[in-house]
Write a protein that binds this ligand. Sequence first.
Ligand code: FAD
Length: 462
Amino acid sequence: MAEFDVIIIGAGPGGYVCAIRCAQLGLKTAVVEGRETLGGTCLNVGCIPSKALLHATHLLHETHENFEKMGLMGAKPKVDWTKMLGYKDEVIGQNTKGIEFLFKKNKVTWLKGWGSIPEAGKVKVGEEVHSAKSIVIATGSEPSSLPGVEVDEKVIVTSTGALELGKIPKSMVVIGAGVIGLEMGSVYARLGAEVTVVEYLDAITPGMDAEIAKAFQKLLAKQGLKFVLGAAVQGAEATKKGATVSYKLRKDDSEHTLEADVVLVATGRKPFTEGLGLDGLGVGVEKRGQVKTDDHFATNIKGVYAIGDAIPGPMLAHKAEDEGMALAEILAGKHGHVNYGVIPGVIYTTPEVASVGKTEEQLKEEGRAYKVGKFPFMGNARAKAVFQSEGFVKLLADKETDRILGCHIIGPMAGDLIHEVCVAMEFGAAAQDLALTCHAHPTYSEAVREAALACGDGAIHA
Ligand code: FAD
């Protein structure tokens, strides 16, 4: 039995970041991880592998769509699927090994195996019981399915199966038009599959600024994705040829079916706390299974904390990381804080979609007086030069004070552009602060500045 200041269960972005920061702050730290490799969902079957496939297929799309326009002639590349998956696995390996290196560098102990909490202050891994002053639940999440949909990870798959299909399907039905469904749907559409997205609501990407969601759907449709909205999926069944999805249209209850080689179930994720022994310990959980915590990530059991996908809030790697860092500071007797009002969300399709802060719908609901500054990438020289002039920046600011309240971008590198606005929001900046900041030309960032100018006397290039 070993004694630690902190034992963290789960080595995803929440757990591993918390561990590194705890160690940096002088705490004797261990992480329990049952997976063969570190990095959690994000590095193994989430953010990183999906971005590798998005990158490879984006380049494929570019060679087919835009190379000739730039005078780049020659044979168009064909896809070697096994090699593409190999590249994805290589990227995963580099990243997971990187965390192992960081653990060694920071003297974080990796306790290999599945952990449980038999009592406060104790963590059991296999037959060994270790003790710790503080225990952190960072066990993340797992895909959730629908009644009547039996996932086999071959024909009816979650995102995990979709990242390693045996071959490229000719057709795919994606159930759920959220971030994961649209990213993976884009990957397979670019690889030549006929992709149909079936969504319960009447719009894609629930919670996103409606104007952006509409523009996004249009652009995806132009890329060949088909959408069936307002459709309640009744079930999905594997057949000899692939799978059949049955759904009812909510507007008239009419029943329909779709056939496809592969069905991707992308209906969200649920917290993964199985086997931890939370019931026996008496840890409070929310209705949807998340661990209940207070503002300092403490559960109702003294010395037991929780962060990341296992607790409420957006299921995002960077949210988990920030909570991990904040909790480490708290455990070391300092002050840790996460500003949940400034957590960006990004969809890594082409174009990318990014948002932070309030949507226009939320501001309307709050009855807040606001102004909108918009700028299309059509007016951005750099975007035009690289065939990425579709989309726009939409900045929302308080009507009286000009303080930035939110920003929504659909366009090139939106996932990077959004951070300028995040920093501005953290500093309580006004739209005019962005508008009066010199931006290098020609950059996509100029579009953000122009949107800020549009909140005042007007954009220059629109
Ligand atoms: P996780 O990453 O889920 O890690 C938890 C770890 O705990 C796992 O490794 C698990 O094995 C381990 N564990 C669980 N129970 C135990 C136990 N009892 N004992 C030992 N170990 C245990 N987010 C983004 O921000 N950007 C993206 O681009 C993005 N893309 C995504 C794409 C896909 C396909 C998916 C599925 C998710 C994506 N996400 C993305 C979400 C992101 O992966 C999660 O929000 C993030 O991984 C949550 O981190 P976490 O540390 O809370 O948990």
